[in-house]
Write a protein that binds this ligand. Structure first.
Ligand code: DCT
Ligand code: MG
Length: 511
């Protein structure tokens, strides 16, 4: 019989409740100065906790009555890792950057040994890897402070940089999500997008099922796939999707600019499986967009580099400033979030001084200028349908009402500040997809927030506003349904503040 294990079984004598402060009647010498212990009372009880604290102190351990920044080891009994993480969050305590959450079994071993024993995986309630050693340290023992906070189900309450430690899992989920998107199954699409998104925010690599305890957005379906990947290194479902005729065809067809799900479905049903067959089929009719998509296909599927995006930015600024010298031109989308490559380059344009007419004319003037210079390979200009007093859209994926144009620009290799410039045989330029959005100056913060993305981050911002704040947010405005007023904002920071959210920097929005 282990007295330490069973000390609280059997009839309990009623004693006056002891607070931690009065437990240690006699002072003990501290022999192990590197460790500062805190024993969690939750699910353990006051009596047993006092007994263990006294015992550990007698053995020379430093045991704190209260949880403080100096604590290095938290010991708990009958609590899971997520129980302890949740408790810590409720205490609103900022854990030190290096803190271990351990099961009582570790303390018991220490008591037996009469000294601190090494903490291993079997003692650790949460096996969290240090972000910086995720790949190199197979037995990490420390928990970063941010991992101790409970993870939110909303991407807008998580910081997601491009440093993804869980590519194996997120790549798999993105394939499955895309397959559901192709099958127009929105529910399953969102399940896998949310799962991928939450894993991208983790500062450690998942290596066992224990690692995902307490993480939101991971339902049974998702967990099964994680388990399979941990055990076999791959998911059979993902493998099947990657080999699926329909998935492969849709992936190929939608890679053409201007081809969406409807067209892909039609071509697939007609029996097409390759782009060359489609391109050469005389009976098919293509839209202007699709014609451009096929014409510049190779350039458009090869991603836009940051050097190319910067060159486009100069081109856009030169043209915009020729007509509206006071305009702000901001690169948005993935590049604003720090991505090194993208499928297009997005810009938001706004002017503090322009009249409504000047504002409306700008994109026309800019695209006409490029047309004259022979730089405009494709242009679809959509006029504004923006109404100042309209309540924001509830649809999380709705396109906004600002005036905008979807373009393909001819970018001269010479304008690109890169070693690889003009290396291609004969061709001296590259076709680049560019989106320009023109917004009224007083809406610039909302437009900037919306056009910075990521799309999943935006979805969760709107979902959070609706469900947690009774507000409606879109790319134009924020509306408080309780107070029935529009909330104004001059900056993204102000929008986060209206929503009661900590500010998340653009490079932390890669959800
Ligand atoms: N956006 C939006 N409404 C939509 C779609 C997108 O407000 N219906 C926003 C969110 C992201 C931003 O526009 C840019 O969109 P993309 O270019 O599609 O995304 P990205 O993050 O820039 O990705 P990529 O790097 O592939 O261009
Ligand atoms: Mg983009």
């Amino acid at each position: 019989m282990d007295p330490l294990r069973t000390s609280h079984s059997g009839p309990r004598k009623k004693r006056p409740r002891q607070t931690g402060a009065s437990v240690s009647s006699t002072p003990h010498d501290i022999r192990f100065r590197d460790l500062v212990l805190f024993i969690l009372e939750k699910k353990m009880g006051t009596t047993r906790r006092s007994f263990l604290m006294e015992l550990a102190r007698r053995k020379g351990f430093r045991v704190e009555n209260e949880l403080s920044d100096s604590v290095t080891h938290i010991v708990a009994e009958n609590n899971s890792g997520s129980d302890v993480l949740e408790w810590l969050q409720v205490q609103n305590i900022k854990a030190s950057s290096q803190l271990e959450l351990l099961d009582i079994s570790w303390l018991i071993e220490c008591m037996r040994a009469g000294r601190p024993v090494e903490t291993t995986g079997k003692h650790q309630l949460v096996s969290v890897r240090r972000a910086d050693s995720a790949h190199s340290n197979p037995d990490p023992q420390r928990i970063p402070a941010h991992a101790v906070r409970k993870i939110s189900q909303y991407a807008c309450q998580r910081r997601t940089t491009l440093d993804n430690h869980n590519h194996v899992f997120t790549d798999a989920f993105e394939v499955l999500a895309e397959n559901y998107e192709f099958r127009e199954n929105e529910g399953c699409y969102l399940i896998f997008m949310r799962a991928a998104s939450v894993l991208k925010s983790l500062p450690f690599t998942i290596s066992s099922m224990k690692d995902i305890e307490g993480i939101p957005c991971l339902g049974d379906k998702v967990k099964c796939i994680i388990e399979e990947i941990i055990e076999d290194g791959e998911s059979s479902e993902v493998k099947a999707v990657l080999n699926d005729e329909r998935y492969k065809s849709f992936k190929l067809f939608t890679s053409v600019f201007g081809v969406g799900l409807k067209t892909s479905e039609r071509w697939f049903r007609m029996g097409f499986r390759s782009l060359s067959k489609i391109r050469s089929d005389k009976s098919l009719k293509f839209t202007h967009m699709q014609k451009a998509g096929f014409l510049y296909y190779e350039d458009l599927v090869s991603c836009v580099t940051r050097a190319e995006a910067e060159a486009v930015s100069l081109l856009v600024k030169e043209a915009v400033w020729a007509f509206l010298p006071d305009a702000f031109v901001t690169m948005t989308g993935g590049f604003r979030r720090g991505k090194k490559i993208g499928h297009d380059v997005d810009f938001l344009i706004t002017s503090p001084e322009a009249t409504e007419e000047e504002e409306q004319q700008l994109l026309h003037k800019v695209t006409n200028l490029w047309q004259k210079k022979g730089l405009l390979l494709y242009c679809d200009l959509v006029e504004s349908t923006f109404e100042k007093l309209k309540i924001p859209s509830r649809k999380v994926d709705a396109l906004d009402h600002f005036q905008k144009c979807f373009l393909i620009l001819k970018l001269d290799h010479q304008r690109v500040d890169s070693d690889k410039a003009s290396q291609q045989d004969g061709k001296t330029w590259k076709a680049i997809r560019v989106d320009l959005v023109m917004c009224p100056y007083e809406r610039r913060a909302f437009a900037l927030l919306g056009w910075t993305g990521s799309p999943q981050f935006e979805r969760d911002l709107r979902r959070f506003a609706t469900h947690e704040r009774k507000m409606v947010l879109d790319n134009h405005a924020l509306y408080d349904k309780t107070k029935r007023i529009f909330l104004k904002a001059e900056s993204e920071e102000e929008i986060f503040a209206h929503l009661g959210l900590d500010y998340i920097e653009p490079w932390e929005r890669n959800a």
